[in-house]
Design a protein around this ligand. Structure first.
Ligand SMILES: Cc1cc2nc3c(=O)[nH]c(=O)nc-3n(C[C@H](O)[C@H](O)[C@H](O)COP(=O)(O)OP(=O)(O)OC[C@H]3O[C@@H](n4cnc5c(N)ncnc54)[C@H](O)[C@@H]3O)c2cc1C
Length: 386
């Protein structure tokens, strides 16, 4: 085997690529394989905070910054307490995950980590990867880059953005209950949009406060700051504080069929593989689940991407996205219906694609059916027209 040929190449050592590498490392099946990781950045920055829910202890307890079993959901009219058990809502700093994964990878001889910017991938008997500094070949390529076609908008798919800015603030006096977080707070809105703030208290004097929109267009940079300032002053009633860290981000919320751009043994993963839940923007747990599934598929000789995307839940996501896209102002009411009428455990299971059809019908019956009927008609019409 040539020194630039690998059994598996993973393009991108972000959430998806690292979850996949960690899942591979656990299995003796891969002991004699050669795994290449191609990453263009140093992965030494705390460039995001990941939150997710899971039942009790999970794989990441050692690097979880903080976890909560109780939370709140707020609208102008309602304050809904959320008792999550058996779930817990957990927060991980990306830098802790990168460090953990990089140490694990460095401790195993099967991995080769190369710093390179992948320019293109050509599919033949062995797949060829052209980087800025070298060319590599591999039997399987797992690729975190987003397919070019996603950026061409001349199709019928819905493309919304989850965009947000957050501050970790520190106060001089005790200001937070560290045992309770705010899942979504719709008391402060950008007019006519699905916009909310969430609060993740780290201790009595520090919290991540993040203003978020699910909408079509980004805001001016200073508008996020104004909303955060207003929320801290008017809703949290905090006058004196210091901003000790900031984060901002944009996550695609789309029913674009990313998985169709997985061809043969060139498999799209992560955001580029459609692993971001279109209606929530969450993907950390999906990356963990799908990485495990890929490893199982490889060990059983199946297609690597079998069973990664559920058509049923993709349809539900499409309908919900269509409503948010056409009637963005309805977002707060839709989420209020969800959190006031459905137990949070059921919501989490539904968002994890784990509910059965009967449970799905029970959940959907809580919403006003005319909006979903309209979305369904739109869906059928769009599908026929392509
Ligand atoms: C600020 C922020 C906060 C988020 N918070 C949450 C959260 O709380 N919970 C949650 O579930 N999800 C969250 N998400 C969404 C999602 O989990 C993340 O975006 C996740 O990182 C997606 O994983 P990924 O591997 O697809 O992309 P990334 O983690 O971005 O990794 C992609 C990697 O590929 C590398 N790369 C890209 N192009 C090339 C190339 N040409 N050559 C070589 N390397 C390349 C990049 O450098 C990067 O390291 C958040 C996203 C952002 C941006």
């Amino acid at each position: 085997m040539s020194s630039t040929h690998f059994d598996i190449a993973i393009i991108g050592a972000g959430a998806a690529g690292l979850h996949l590498a960690l899942a591979i490392k656990k299995e003796s099946f891969f002991t004699n394989k050669r795994i290449l990781i191609l990453e263009k950045s140093a992965k030494d920055q705390n460039d995001r905070t990941w939150c997710f829910w899971e039942k009790e202890d999970g794989l990441w307890e050692d690097i979880v910054t903080k976890q909560w079993s109780r939370g709140h959901f707020f609208t102008a009219n309602k304050s809904i307490p959320l008792a999550l058990a058996p779930y817990r809502y957990k927060m991980i700093k990306a830098i802790d995950f990168y460090r953990f994964a990089k140490d694990e990878i460095a401790s195993s001889p099967i991995f080769t980590w190369v710093s390179d910017d992948v320019l293109s991938v050509e599919t033949a008997a062995a797949i060829s990867i052209k980087g800025a500094t070298s060319t590599y070949t591999a039997d399987y390529v797992f690729d975190s880059r987003i397919p070019e076609k996603f950026h061409a908008t001349n199709d019928h798919y819905t493309r919304l953005l989850q965009h947000f800015k957050g501050w970790i603030i520190r106060t001089e006096e005790d200001s937070f209950d560290p045992e309770q977080f705010t899942m979504m707070d719709f008391r402060l809105l950008q007019p006519e949009t699905c916009s909310f703030t969430y609060v993740l208290p780290l201790n009595k004097r520090e919290a991540l406060v993040e203003f978020t929109l699910f909408s079509g267009n980004l805001l001016q940079e200073d508008t996020y700051d104004t909303m955060l300032k207003t929320y801290v002053r008017d809703i949290l009633k905090i006058a004196d504080y210091t901003i000790i860290e900031q984060e901002k981000g944009v996550i695609p919320m789309s029913d674009f069929p990313f998985e169709k751009y997985s061809i043969g043994k060139h498999i799209r993963i992560g955001t580029g593989g459609g692993w971001v839940k279109p209606t929530t923007g969450y993907s950390f747990k999906n990356c963990e689940r799908n990485a495990r599934k890929i490893v199982e598929n490889l060990m059983l000789g199946r297609n690597a991407n079998d069973g990664l995307i559920s058509k049923k839940f993709r349809l539900y996501d499409s309908l919900f996205l269509d409503i948010l896209n056409r009637k963005n102002y309805m977002g707060p009411a839709l989420f209020e219906t969800m959190y006031s009428k459905i137990p949070v455990q059921k919501i989490f299971a539904f968002l994890d694609d784990e509910t059965n059809f009967k449970e799905d019908l029970g959940i959907m019956s809580k919403f006003r059916s005319k909006h979903f009927m309209q979305a369904f008609i739109n869906y059928i019409t769009r599908s026929w027209n392509t």
